[in-house]
Design a protein around this ligand. Structure first.
Ligand SMILES: NCc1[nH]cc(CCC(=O)O)c1CC(=O)O
Length: 313
């Protein structure tokens, strides 16, 4: 292969992630030319309607997958947390890069933490997962929708529309905006989205040459952890329209997984933990999903699927 072409969305975070993958591929394969093919997706263009209403998060991938099918690009770079639990048939994820910071961050110009927010403060997030966790901690807050790329969301915070917003630390760090993180939100009171902080490369399943080139960037222990998180999410429902949070980590050979499903309406939540061997991440994901369902997670999932709501994470 002379030139590897990477299809990418055009947001600053997507471009950073794709440039990063391009640099890593050039370093792994001296002499390989790598170029970006920036594209606009419907998920980026339509900001006035909820993602659920226009077709869900898969919209961010669709145009990039079509470009690969037409032979205009060889692979695409995604934040793995935005990749549907079930890939489109004919596509594969030949590399999952080493995970960066998995945590969500509290971002505000005036307050240090969720606890420090005054009664009734306005917090912007369209993520059902983030809304559910905020409701559980602070039922008094006013939760407001907030979509768009990271820079757009920060701009609306700075314009005074919100007292605080919640963003992934990884995205802020990649954009050189770490200083905006007032507090990392962590277990036991907060869990991230399944696969948060991990970048994945997607290619056509039948494109063996591309898959082999990309595989050089795969990080085995990250793949193990995100497979457990995604298997849990898949077993619970499999879409991104539900308030599901998960975090897995490896302790030597030992894999641990925390999972949670909540209600964005009233803040009720169920939580479960499981442990197993690192060579069977999917089994662990399914086991923790089962524990969540036994505690009544099904009610929250059914509820969130009924309510016409945004799901941007
Ligand atoms: N849906 C937006 C999105 N997808 C991935 C990230 C952050 C980077 C990552 O999780 O790898 C973000 C922004 C955010 O949630 O703040």
């Amino acid at each position: 292969m002379k030139t590897l072409r990477i299809a990418t969305r055009k947001s600053p975070l997507a471009l950073w992630q794709s440039e990063h993958v391009a640099d890593r591929l050039r370093a792994a394969h001296p002499g390989l030319a790598v170029e970006l093919v920036p594209m606009s997706t419907r998920g980026d263009e339509v900001l006035d309607r909820s993602l659920a209403a226009i077709g869900g998060k898969g919209l961010f991938l669709k145009e990039l997958e079509l470009a690969m099918q037409r032979g205009e690009a060889d692979c695409a770079v995604h934040s793995l947390k935005d990749v549907p639990m079930q890939l489109e048939p004919g596509f594969a994820l030949p590399a999952i890069l080493e995970r960066a910071d998995y945590a969500d961050g509290f971002v505000s110009n005036r307050f240090d933490s969720i606890d420090a927010l005054p009664t009734g403060a306005r917090v912007g997030t369209s993520s059902l997962r983030r809304q559910a966790q905020l409701r559980a901690l602070r039922p008094d807050l006013e939760l407001l929708d907030l979509r768009g790329n990271v820079n757009t969301r920060l701009g609306r915070l700075d314009a005074g529309e919100y007292d605080a917003i919640i963003l992934a630390c990884a995205g802020l760090q990649r954009l050189g905006l770490d200083a905006r993180i007032r507090k990392r939100l962590e277990s036991p009171y907060w869990l991230p989205a399944p696969a948060q902080g991990a970048i994945a490369i997607e290619s056509r399943e039948d494109d063996i040459a591309t898959r082999e080139l990309c595989a050089a960037l795969d990080h085995a222990s990250t793949r193990t952890c995100v497979e457990a998180e995604r298997a849990m999410n898949r077993a619970l429902h499999g879409s991104c329209h539900v308030p599901v949070a998960a975090h897995a980590w490896l302790d030597g050979e030992h894999l641990r997984l925390d999972g949670q499903v909540g209600s964005a309406r009233d803040g009720r939540a169920v939580r479960a933990h499981g442990e197993g061997r690192g060579d069977a991440p999917e089994c662990l994901g399914i086991e923790v999903a089962q524990k969540l369902l036994e505690q009544g997670a099904g009610e929250f999932i059914a509820d969130s699927l009924q309510a016409p709501h945004d799901d941007a994470d």
